[in-house]
Design a protein around this ligand. Structure first.
Ligand SMILES: Cc1cc2nc3c(=O)[nH]c(=O)nc-3n(C[C@H](O)[C@H](O)[C@H](O)COP(=O)(O)O)c2cc1C
Length: 195
């Protein structure tokens, strides 16, 4: 499983969480390519063809970012808008990214309790990331379970350390697609029924 991690943090040097996640990922460079958007495109001039080549070369795309005003940092939105052109997606017979996996890894300033019905924010992260889920469906990608880290602003160094290890485990887990677990469960049931 080859994994392409696009990191979109406008000030990665000042970051605590995303910077630590990147450091932990870099220990696994044989399995994961980490691409820092703001470092690569300080001028905001995205090399679309290069990005499309990178995407074509990997089976799993991870979008790692801090939650900002209930969405992605602006350069990540620009990257999505410019790289995923209709011509590229569908010109190749709709196969440009079809069948690849999409995983969102989000650090969130607010608490988990606030991101629920009746909470301070009132909506869950799954609800607030719907546009990216629809995007995945429309381009034929399989949406994987989210990786989230709440309370990112107040988090202790220890909590960030734990999150970094959990994050890498999540990113490297080849069996995140829920259909894999379902298939296995059905196979086990069938085996039991047959004797
Ligand atoms: C411009 C801006 C907007 C933000 N918007 C939100 C938000 O909508 N919801 C939230 O929970 N946290 C928000 N935050 C907090 C960030 O999510 C938090 O600082 C970040 O996840 C911490 O990760 P880092 O240590 O890698 O920077 C915002 C922060 C900034 C700078």
């Amino acid at each position: 499983m080859s994994t392409f991690v696009v990191v979109a943090h406008p000030q990665l040097q000042q970051s605590r969480v995303n910077k630590r996640w990147v450091a932990e990922l870099s220990k696994h460079h044989e399995h994961v390519i980490v691409h820092e958007l703001y470092a690569s495109y300080a001028d905001k001039e995205i090399d679309v063809q290069y990005e499309q080549t990178l995407l074509a070369d990997h089976e799993r795309l991870v979008l790692q970012f801090p939650f900002q005003w209930y969405g992605t940092p602006s350069l990540l939105k620009q990257w999505l808008d410019e790289v995923f052109t209709t011509a590229w997606l569908f010109g190749s017979g709709g196969k440009a990214v079809a069948g690849k996996e999409l995983l969102l890894a989000i650090s969130i300033g607010g608490t988990q309790e606030s991101y629920q019905a009746g909470g301070l924010i009132g909506y869950t992260i799954s609800e607030l990331t719907r546009p990216l889920q629809v995007f995945a469906n429309q381009v034929g990608m399989t949406m994987l379970p989210l990786f989230t880290f709440y309370g990112a602003v107040q988090a202790t160094e220890e909590q960030i350390e734990v999150s970094a290890r959990q994050y890498v485990q999540h990113v490297l887990n080849p069996e995140l697609d829920p259909r894999i677990a379902r298939r296995r469960m059905l196979a086990e049931m069938k085996q039991k029924m047959n004797g």
